[in-house]
Design a protein around this ligand. Sequence first.
Ligand SMILES: Nc1ncnc2c1ncn2[C@@H]1O[C@H](COP(=O)(O)OP(=O)(O)OP(=O)(O)O)[C@@H](O)[C@H]1O
Length: 612
Amino acid sequence: MVQHQTAQVSPENHTSLWRTFARLGPHLRPIFPRLALGFLCALAAGVVALAIPQVLRELVNSVLYAGGSNRDVWIAAVVIAGLGTLEAVLVFLRRVFVITPAARLETTLRVNLYRHLQQLPVAFHDKWGSGQLLSRSMADLGLLRRWLAFGSIMLVVATVTVLVGLALMFSSNWMLGAIYLAGAVPITIRAFYFRNVFRTASRLSQDQAGDLATAVEESVHGIRVIKAFGRGRQSLEGFSVQAERLRDTEISKARSLSGFLMFVVSIPEITLGIGLLVGLWLTAENQLTVGELVAFFATAAVLAGPVEGIGMLLGMTLTTKTALDRHFDVMDTASTIVSPAEPVSPGEQRGHLRLCGATFSYPDAKPDAAPVLDGIDLDIRPGETMALVGTTGSGKSTLLQLVPRLYEVTGGAVELDGVDIRDYDLEALRTAVSVAFEDTTLFSASIRDNVLLGARPTPGQTPAQALDEALDVAQAGFTRDLPDGVDTVIGEEGLSLSGGQRQRIALARAIAAKPLVLVLDDPLSALDVRTEERVTERLREVLAGTTTLIVAHRPSTVMLADRVALLDGGRIVDVGTHGELLARSDHYRYVIASLDEPPTVEDVLNAEEASP
Ligand SMILES: Nc1ncnc2c1ncn2[C@@H]1O[C@H](COP(=O)(O)OP(=O)(O)OP(=O)(O)O)[C@@H](O)[C@H]1O
């Protein structure tokens, strides 16, 4: 069965409701005036709604019982219709005022999250499932917008409406008011229990939704493998289990909310029943007018909506709180690989790269595990090409990633032109160092934009010339034959291109950046022999003036290098020219013999001739 990777579910955050929402404070300041106007309109609409029963009371008392004229009836009807219209206008204005700031807050937080994700080290992205990050940046922030535009305002309005309604009930008759208010005691006690259960379920459902998004992302990404291995059914079964888990959580969440709402709705009804009995008795005793009794029930009817609404909105507020906690979980993750407060600018930039006792362990490594790289000393002279050769898992790719600080050394240092790379401005370092990985990532953009991604303006060369040059070196002339030439938009991650074509575009991207140091992780592995030969020939010209560290899995790639560093179990065991190492190192001969060299045409013809 295909197992979907369970994405990282961050621990439940136990901050209080108030503390979580208080963290929005700085973001709320610029949108506060519009929000405040929205709140005022909503409050005014609530007050207008409450005024209608009072007009009704006057109508009953002065018109029906005190023998008022027809004119009085018409005036009362017009006042009620006017109040109704005013309420509708205020509700409309509330929406107009709050929608823009709520959408603006959502966008601001989303952009901040995206910026932060860009700054977080690769080790963070190794750990977090993409779906978790997707759901945090899309669904969770959508919840916040809806809560701000609707939930928060309605919660305040409903609470104020209930308080004003209660005050009116008390002012009309304290005994009826007290009976209605008594219902608040059991509701408050129940609310505490509900809050705990609902908050936990809410957090779980959001985390499970994130896991589900990761599963979709992985299966879409790996659809070819799933189909090729005929694992569609197993993949579906795995997905169904996760989807059902989420469904169960959603159902338990909905049950918890329904139970609470039933309580919130039924308690006021019970108190109203008791109020009816007491009210009738008071009216019979002439301690209450019929108009006052009607106004009491009309007010209770107006309050029924807000009271139920408070229950619903409490659920919405708790869901938004957990969404915000999830957002802050990511935002609170400190970026460990950052520019220093006062970056050092090196004098002459020559591209002299040195690793001095560089040691590295992945963050999730067992405490007693040996480091992946152990005390690496390597001196790569300006303009020199150094190949890294070693058996699989010896740490070659890991070593490359230390140079642009994708991972940070856990011991020792990496120096560029005599300066520790941790003392460089991060952007300046990554401009100086350009990378092409074996596993190429291309973006949904034109070939031109993909290739010029890291290119900086070069005096005497237009971007178009830089593009042409890079494509020529990488032997990526095929791009000019695509439907829109270099402006052809390639599919998600360049899936519409072959592996070799994608690799050549990634190589062109690294070359177009005109870096001081070029870091290449087996960039020619997917090319056929002839294309590789042509690329190698042109690459040799580029490499002549650029310090290059290149992982080689083929002898032909090793031939590009001035010197070769032999890596074994995370240590450099020898450094020398290809010839020197061949002559003196058994391990090198063993590694070279096992390198992946595709058969040449001559090999194939010879093999065919030899076969019976
Ligand atoms: N993101 C990661 N988290 C934890 N361990 C990792 C990670 N990436 C690689 N490793 C481990 O680090 C070790 C070195 O891996 P690395 O990819 O650097 O080797 P390599 O020499 O490039 O191998 P290959 O020639 O197969 O590409 C391996 O044991 C690998 O399992």
